[in-house]
Design a protein around this ligand. Structure first.
Ligand code: GLC
Ligand code: GLC
Length: 648
C-alpha cells in the first residue's frame, strides 16, 4: 500500500520538477531515484511528515539531487558505475590514508600537488585534507567554523584547483577525502548574519531563544564539549538580542535539522563537494545532529535517520562517494553510525575507531595490553560492507572514551585508572616520559582529555632533550608498534601528517591570541620539510621512523589477510603485556600480529600458540624484517616494545 502511495508520489513529484530538469534524459538518475525513493520518502516523512509544506520540501529535495546529478562530470559518473560494480573496493588492504592540513603541510593546493611524491614515497594513497573552506581567520576552529560552504579559502587556492587535484590523484590511483561540517556554521556565515538581522527564515536555521527558559532546560542534560574555553551550550547574541545554541565554540552556531530546509541545504553542499571530485566525505560531529530537550543531545535516533537520508540521497546523485562518520562516542554507539540491523552500511561506510585509538594510548601508558585486549573484545561488530578508520593521532585531543567495564575487567578502578592516564600523559605522574597537556578539563565532572603530538606523548621529546639513546629508541619503537596495529587491525589506517618523521609538540600557537587557549594546536604544526629531508639520512630519528612505516605500509598493501572482511580473531593469552590477533585471507593464509607493549622482553609459548592452531617447529617468519623469529625454550621471544607480523 505504502509503497504504491510512495510510487504515485514519486510521479507527482517528478511532474513538478522544473522543466529544465524534467525534460532531460537522466537515465541513471531516474533508475537510482526509483531504487531509493521509498527509503528517502519514508525517512523524510518520519522527520518532516507533519509539516504543511512537506510535499514542496520533497520536490525541493529531489530537485537538488537532480541538479547536482546533471552537473556531475562524465569522469565521476563513470567512477560511480565502476564502484557500483566493485562495491567493496574500500575494504581492500591497498588503502592507506593520511590526514593533513593543506596550508601547514604545503602552503596551498599547488604546494600540496607538488608534494604528492612525498606521500607516495611513504605509500599513502588516500589523502584527507583538513577543511579548507572560508572561515573567519580569528574564529576558525581549525577550519570547522565555516563562513561559506562553497568557497575555498583563497589562501589555499580555488575550487577549480581542488577539482584539478582530485583528477591528479585519480590518475595516480589515489583518493581524496574532504570534510563537510554538517552540524554547525560560523556565526559569520550568511545564514547566521541574516538571522542576526532578524530574518525569521534564517533564525529557523538555528536554535534561537528569546530568554533563558528553554536553554536552561537543555543545559540540565547537555554535557559541555569545550568546558574550559566555551562553557555552556548557548551564547547570547547582542545584535539579535537572543540566545543561540553553540555546542562547540561560542562562534559555532548549531544547525537546526528540525527544519527540512537545513537538511536540503546540507545535502546540496555534500553533493557539491562530491562533484568537485571527493571520493570520500568526512562528516564532522555527526553525533550532535539532533537536539532533544531532556537528552544529552548526542546519538539521538533522528541523527541516524538524517544520516540515512544523506546517504540515500548521495546514492541517487553520486553513488561512488563514501561517508566517514566522525562520531567520537562510546564504543556501544560508534557502530550505529554504520546503520543498525543491516549488512551494508546504510549511514556511513566508514567510522573513526576512536575506541581503538584510546585503547592504544592506554596500552602505552600502562605498558600493558590488559585494557586494550578487553576493549577489543567488546568492540562492537561492524557490518559487512563497512569499515573502520584506524588511527593513532589526529588533529584533535585524545578522549579516554573506552568502557569502564573493560577497565574493571582488566583489574583497575575506572576513576583511578583514568586519573592515572591523564596524569601520565600530562607528565604529572612520577617517571612519566610523556609531554602532553590536559584538554577540556572539567572541574564539575573531573573529566579531562589530552593534547600533544604522537612523538611527544610517547616520550621522544623528553628523550631527545636528555639525549638518552635508550629512551629515544623506546619512543621510536612505540611509534612503530602503534602503527603496526592500525596497519594490520582491519580497516583503513589513517596516519597523521607529522608522525612519520617524529614531529614533536609545537608551541607556535601560543603566540597567536586566536589559538593560544586551544592546546589542540600543539599537534597541528607547520610541517618541517628540513626535518623531513632527514628521512634519507641513515640513523636519524626521522629515517628510523619513516623507513619502518614505509616498509609496513608496503607490506600491508600486498598482504591480503589485511583486507577487512571480518577476518580478525583476537587470541586470548595469559600474558597481559601482549596483544595478539590473527588475520586470514580467503585462501586461509594467516598472519599473526603480535605487539609487546611492555618495556621488558616477553615470551609467547608454543603451547599458547598451539591452542590457537599454530604448530611451530622452528619459529615463525616476521614479514616486516624478513627474518625468522627463533624459539628459546619452546617460546617465541619478543623484545620490549616489539611488533611482528608473523606468517606460518
Ligand atoms: C570535530 C573536529 C574538531 C572540531 C569539532 C567541531 O570534532 O574534529 O576539530 O573542533 O568537530 O567542529
Ligand atoms: C568531538 C568530540 C570530542 C572531540 C571534540 C573536538 O566531536 O565530541 O571528543 O574531542 O569534538 O575536540
Amino acid at each position: 500500500m505504502y509503497e504504491q502511495a510512495s510510487h504515485s508520489l514519486l510521479n507527482e513529484i517528478l511532474a513538478e520538477l522544473k522543466p529544465e530538469i524534467g525534460n532531460q534524459r537522466l537515465r541513471h538518475f531516474y533508475t537510482r531515484l526509483g531504487a531509493n525513493f521509498y527509503a528517502i520518502h519514508s525517512l523524510f516523512h518520519l522527520l518532516y511528515g507533519e509539516r504543511a509544506d512537506f510535499k514542496e520540501q520533497m520536490v525541493s529535495l529531489v530537485e537538488t539531487l537532480a541538479t547536482r546529478y546533471i552537473e556531475r562530470t562524465p569522469a565521476l559518473r563513470k567512477s560511480d558505475l565502476a564502484r557500483e560494480k566493485d562495491y567493496n573496493w574500500f575494504l581492500s588492504q591497498k588503502w592507506v590514508g593520511m590526514a593533513l592540513y593543506c596550508d601547514r603541510f604545503a602552503d596551498d593546493l599547488k604546494g600540496l600537488r607538488a608534494n604528492l611524491p612525498y606521500l607516495q614515497e611513504l605509500g599513502i594513497n588516500m589523502v584527507h585534507i583538513m577543511p579548507m573552506l572560508d572561515c573567519p581567520p580569528d574564529h576558525s576552529d581549525g577550519g570547522y567554523a565555516v563562513r561559506d560552504f562553497y568557497r575555498i579559502d583563497p589562501r589555499f587556492g580555488t575550487t577549480a584547483e581542488v577539482e584539478a587535484l582530485a583528477a591528479t590523484l585519480r590518475k595516480r590511483d589515489m583518493i581524496l577525502v574532504l570534510d563537510v561540517v554538517v552540524n554547525h556554521t560560523s556565526d559569520a556565515h550568511e545564514w547566521a548574519q541574516r538571522a542576526r538581522r532578524g530574518e525569521q527564515k534564517y533564525q529557523d536555521y538555528y536554535f534561537v531563544f528569546d530568554d533563558r527558559e528553554t536553554p536552561d532546560i537543555y543545559e540540565e542534560t547537555m554535557p559541555e564539549i569545550f568546558p574550559a574555553t566555551a562553557p555552556g551550550n548557548f551564547t547570547w547574541d547582542a545584535e539579535m538580542g537572543k540566545w543561540v545554541m553553540t555546542v562547540f565554540n561560542n562562534y559555532q552556531w548549531d544547525l537546526n535539522y528540525r527544519n527540512p530546509a537545513v537538511l536540503i541545504e546540507m545535502i546540496d553542499i555534500i553533493l557539491f563537494w562530491a562533484n568537485q571530485g571527493a571520493d570520500i566525505l568526512r562528516l564532522d560531529a555527526v553525533a550532535f545532529l539532533w537536539k532533544k530537550m531532556g537528552s544529552v543531545c548526542q546519538n539521538e535516533r533522528e541523527a541516524h535517520l538524517l544520516l540515512q537520508l544523506m546517504k540515500d540521497c548521495c546514492q541517487v546523485t553520486a553513488p561512488g562517494v563514501l561517508f566517514i562518520a566522525e562520531a567520537i562516542v562510546a564504543p556501544g554507539e560508534i557502530s550505529k553510525y554504520f546503520g543498525e540491523d543491516a549488512i551494508n552500511a546504510k549511514e556511513c561506510e566508514i567510522a573513526y575507531n576512536a575506541t581503538l585509538m584510546a585503547l592504544l594510548w592506554d596500552a602505552v601508558a600502562t605498558k600493558s595490553a590488559a585494557v586494550l585486549n578487553q576493549g577489543i573484545k567488546s568492540l562492537p561488530n561492524k557490518l559487512e560492507r563497512a569499515t573502520w578508520l584506524n588511527y593513532v593521532r589526529c588533529h584533535d585531543d585524545i578522549g579516554l572514551g573506552f568502557d569502564d567495564n573493560d577497565i574493571r575487567r582488566a583489574g583497575f578502578d575506572p576513576a583511578q585508572h583514568r586519573r592515572f592516564l591523564i596524569d601520565y600523559y600530562t607528565g604529572r605522574f612520577p617517571g612519566s616520559v610523556a609531554r602532553g597537556l590536559p584538554f577540556g578539563e572539567n572541574p564539575k565532572t573531573g573529566d579531562a582529555r589530552i593534547s600533544g603530538s604522537l612523538a611527544s606523548l610517547v616520550g621522544l621529546e623528553s628523550a631527545l632533550e636528555s639525549q638518552d639513546e635508550a629512551a629515544i629508541d623506546a619512543a621510536i619503537k612505540t611509534i612503530v608498534l602503534l602503527h603496526s596495529v592500525i596497519l594490520s587491525f582491519g580497516g583503513i589506517p589513517l596516519l597523521y601528517y607529522g608522525d612519520a618523521v617524529g614531529t614533536l609538540n609545537s608551541l607556535e600557537y601560543l603566540a597567536d591570541p586566536a589559538k593560544a587557549a586551544d592546546n589542540r594546536w600543539m599537534n597541528r604544526s607547520n610541517f618541517n620539510w628540513n626535518k623531513a629531508e632527514k628521512r634519507h639520512q641513515t640513523g636519524t630519528v626521522e629515517q628510523r621512523i619513516f623507513s619502518a612505516l614505509k616498509k609496513m605500509i608496503a607490506l600491508r598493501k600486498e598482504t591480503q589477510a589485511f583486507a577487512d572482511f571480518d577476518n580478525r580473531q583476537l587470541l586470548a593469552l595469559d600474558n597481559p603485556s601482549l596483544l595478539l590477533f590473527s588475520r586470514a585471507d580467503t585462501h586461509r593464509n594467516r598472519v599473526l600480529v603480535v605487539g609487546n607493549f611492555s618495556d621488558a622482553a616477553q615470551t609467547l609459548s608454543i603451547e599458547a600458540l598451539r591452542a590457537h592452531g599454530y604448530f611451530l617447529q622452528d619459529g615463525m617468519k616476521d614479514l616486516c624484517s624478513g627474518t625468522r623469529i627463533g624459539m628459546v625454550d619452546d617460546a617465541l621471544v619478543l623484545p620490549p616494545l616489539s611488533c611482528y607480523w608473523l606468517a606460518d
